[in-house]
Design a protein around this ligand. Structure first.
Ligand code: BG6
Length: 512
């Protein structure tokens, strides 16, 4: 007897039940640059965590490609160590054993036809042996200068081409170019080989739970949106502060700097989510459209010298330890003018935001690691209290705490207990850790799963990338022409010029 699909209701598959986990279908993931930091610290652990949560298909395959003389077993050992050291969820032998069975390694150089032919054989073999059914994602975890050659090899080896109903996707890590022209060129190269819906550009900030929560906070509630505009908001401060230096990443970081590394992607994406209008749905198309509209409305200040700041960390004290400056880091030239701190003021020319400054800042070796978005509201137009009673009253604020202490804070004035009518700032906090029992997945877990599912909303498309470079290019050109970044002491809050930049507008940076 055949059962019509429309009459067949499995309670476990009721589409109304949104809590159902989304499980990837048969597929494999090929990582280029598998020996790098990103791969060991983020990608391999994320693959394991997904497997551990039951979100990968049983025959899932993980293929490493690199210039190493490894057998499959050696590669599996490397993955094993990375998983043990960095995965989020507990190690379970049974999960690991199943994952290890699908680990393959292809030794070779990028640009070597024979190596790509071997990769193709491996992928075909996986389709036969592990039932990956021609579905493969290629993750380019390699320096940007190697993107074009790798994409070209994927094409000429036939790996980019899907057959028999399978799919091929390419995952590109930032930076997407180093300016508008190179981003366009990169897009042209990738676009000549992969269709737009097969290209996944990773901005890992979009995979963070707290970043996705910006949309929930704004569009699932009635209490925030009415005040989310110029009538109530005085300024917006988006901060991504790190307490670490550049570590072993001199080769990548020098010449790129803080603005290209972080502002062009993570911080402008945060700005877009905070400032955009409500999308008609959370479909990739609708969401990206609203983000693009807001990025197109971003205006640079007329005087870049007064409304931007950049710095480079000098020696100092961090967490009780004496640390050297950027110019003393291994692999950095003593004359390097790369900035490790960048702050810029932007406007958003829309009815909602006209006149509201958006201050973006990021830096390494700052006092603490914190990422937050703060909307500071106007002061009350009139305070019926004695002046001395409101000395400790600041501006009301809504703060989205992206990390490390994920949550939302609302700051407002409250009466201090006692007989006098004294008013002081207090905080009302929502903390993820207290409200939810389940821990947040890592950003890479979410994004890798979305790649394997072919779900695009959390990946910027090339229009957004180009708009972001359009914003940053004039600032970079201004900085390139204006000499060295200002040194700032490690362990502090950045260069004096950044403080002055806000002081000129009568404001101060928040001390998160
Ligand atoms: C990366 C930058 O995109 O983000 C790094 O290249 C930075 O320089 C990192 O350290 C920070 O990520 P997170 O998730 O720790 O805030």
């Amino acid at each position: 007897m055949s059962v019509g699909v429309s009459h067949w209701t499995n309670p476990l598959r009721d589409p109304r039940d949104r809590r159902l986990p989304r499980v990837a279908g048969p597929c494999g993931l090929v990582i280029f640059g598998v020996t790098g930091d990103l791969s060991r610290k983020k990608l391999m652990p994320a693959v394991y965590d997904l497997a551990n949560r039951g979100l990968l298909p049983p025959g899932f395959a993980l293929v490493g490609f690199a210039r190493r003389d490894w057998a499959n077993e050696d590669f599996a050992d490397v993955v094993h160590d990375a998983v043990k050291a960095h995965s989020r969820t507990p190690f379970r032998e049974s999960v690991w054993n199943q994952l290890a069975e699908g680990c393959r390694f292809v030794p070779g150089e990028l640009g070597d036809d024979a190596a790509f032919a071997r990769l193709r054989e491996t992928v075909d073999e996986l389709d036969r042996e592990r039932g990956t059914r021609g579905n493969h994602a290629f993750y380019l975890s390699v320096p940007p200068k190697l993107f074009p050659g790798t994409v070209h090899e994927l094409q000429t080896s036939g790996l980019a081409e899907a057959s028999d109903g399978g799919w091929r996707r390419v995952v590109v890590e930032k930076p997407f170019g180093h300016d508008l022209a190179s981003a366009r060129e990169l897009n042209r190269i990738v676009g000549a080989v992969f269709k737009p819906d097969s290209v996944f550009r990773i901005d890992h900030y979009l995979g963070k739970e707290t970043v996705q929560n910006i949309l929930a906070l704004r569009f699932a509630n009635e209490m925030f949106e009415p005040i989310w505009n110029r009538n109530y908001v005085d300024n917006v401060q988006i901060t991504m502060a790190e307490d670490i230096g550049i570590g072993g990443r001199a080769g990548y970081y020098d010449g790129i700097g803080a603005a290209r590394d972080v502002i062009q992607n993570h911080l402008l994406q945060l700005l877009a989510l905070v400032a955009m209008e409500e999308p008609i749905s959370f479909d990739a198309r609708d969401l990206r459209l609203e983000k693009e509209k807001v990025l197109s409305a971003v205006k640079l200040p007329a005087r870049l010298d007064l409304h931007t700041a950049r710095g480079q960390y000098a020696a100092g004290w961090q967490g009780g330890v004496q640390v050297g400056g950027y110019l003393q880091e291994e692999g950095i030239a003593k004359t390097s003018t790369t900035e490790t701190y960048a702050a810029i003021e932007l406007g958003v020319d829309t009815r909602r935001w006209a006149g509201v400054p958006f201050f973006l800042r990021t830096g390494k070796r700052l006092a603490r690691r914190v990422t937050e978005i703060a909307l500071e509201l106007h002061r009350a137009p009139h305070l019926p209290f004695a002046e001395t009673a409101t000395e400790e009253l600041g501006q009301n604020a809504i703060v989205i705490r992206v990390q490390p202490d994920e949550g939302v804070t609302v700051r407002f004035g409250s009466k201090v207990p006692g007989t006098a009518m004294e008013v002081r700032d207090v905080n009302m906090d929502f903390a993820y850790g207290e409200s939810f029992t389940e821990a947040s997945p890592e950003a890479y877990e979410r994004l890798l799963l979305d790649v394997l599912l072919g779900d695009p909303p959390l990946f910027p498309r090339h229009e957004e990338v180009e708009l972001s470079w359009q914003i940053l290019d004039p600032i970079e050109q201004h900085w390139a022409a204006s000499g060295k970044p200002e040194p700032y002491a490690s362990g502090g809050w950045g260069p004096d010029s950044a403080a002055q930049m806000l002081a000129r507008t009568g404001r101060t940076w928040r001390r998160p």
